[in-house]
Design a protein around this ligand. Sequence first.
Ligand code: ZN
Length: 63
Amino acid sequence: MDTMSSPVKRSKFLVYTVEECNSCHLKTKRAFQIGDYIYKDGGECTKCKGKMKIAMIYSEKAE
Ligand SMILES: [Zn+2]
């Protein structure tokens, strides 16, 4: 994870992980955690108790 150890200039990046349910396609966004990657098994769906998978990881600039 080079992005975590590289020197930060003026602005920081916040990294988010989006998990999507396999059954009902509910999407939940949370803070990125080390070890996250696309298609990794996520948690339990809060809506249908189905299995969630990581669908997307993205970063936003934080001032
Ligand atoms: Zn679901």
